[in-house]
Design a protein around this ligand. Structure first.
Ligand SMILES: C[S@@+](CC[C@H](N)C(=O)[O-])C[C@H]1O[C@@H](n2cnc3c(N)ncnc32)[C@H](O)[C@@H]1O
Length: 229
């Protein structure tokens, strides 16, 4: 009887799909470098701080890919604080992400040989991510559906390939959580083939940039059409 919560946890862990790899689907990372980050730099030039949340980070490749983007351009980011929080409901993947040790197969997925040698060193148990990158990502166990993240804080939220297995009701709940965690001018990135359309009215698709979502602009009450008035 006393082992039921632990057993339930094991069953949930076994059902989770943890598929991920470095720079998955590449396009979102190119979009960040070419458009999203330059726009943020202009807006955050005084505070010089950018906060990013990788929600449903699995074994950490998404978050470390982000850290690589910043570390690849040290001159550009000198004097800036880049806070990368990476969370997942599964404690086993968070342990692996924190350890930052990957198999040869995992490091080769998404990374060229040059990047692999640049960011990893060979260890007895696999390829270990450089300490400088590891220090730049905070990993935490967190269930998007259970605990509300700190409000209004994140400039960029990535929640890619996480919500697609949830019911519409659960997805709506998750989108509300993600929206509440975003800065007013923040951006959400979903996976290829995912969308907010028809699932929440708190977020709207960016007209020009596929895969990018912003908070919906609330309609001022004075300009709302009142039915039956
Ligand atoms: C397919 S992986 C995606 C990893 C990464 N975002 C990517 O696109 O490569 C989905 C991850 O979402 C996590 N996940 C599922 N439901 C979650 C929830 N309610 N809260 C937090 N993480 C969740 C799973 O544990 C899994 O590691």
């Amino acid at each position: 009887m006393g082992n039921e919560p632990a057993l339930a946890g094991c069953v949930v862990e076994a059902l989770l799909n943890n598929e991920t790899y470095f720079f998955r689907d590449r396009n979102p990372f190119d979009l960040l470098v070419a458009q999203v980050l330059p726009a943020l730099v202009a807006k955050r030039n005084t505070a010089r701080r950018i906060s990013i949340w990788s929600a449903g980070c699995s074994t950490g490749q998404e978050a470390y890919s982000l850290a690589m983007l910043f570390a690849s351009d040290p001159v550009r980011w000198r004097g800036w604080t880049i806070d990368i929080l990476a969370t997942d409901v599964s404690s086993s993947v968070i342990d692996r992400a924190r350890a930052g040790v990957y198999t040869q197969f995992e490091v080769q997925r998404g990374l060229g040989v040059k990047e692999m040698l640049n960011w990893f060193s060979e260890a007895d148990d696999g390829w270990k991510i450089s300490e400088s990158l590891r220090r730049n990502v905070r990993f935490q166990v967190h269930n998007i559906l259970e605990i509300a993240p700190p409000p209004g804080q994140f400039d960029i939220v990535l929640c890619r390939n996480v919500l697609l297995y949830l019911s519409l009701e659960r997805r709506r709940q998750a989108f509300d959580r993600l929206a509440a965690a975003m800065a007013p001018d923040g951006s959400l990135m979903l996976g290829a083939g995912e969308t907010v359309i028809g699932q929440t009215d708190r977020l709207a698709a960016d007209r020009d940039r596929r895969g990018l979502y912003q908070l919906s602009v609330p309609v001022p009450s004075a300009s709302r059409v009142s039915l039956g008035a």
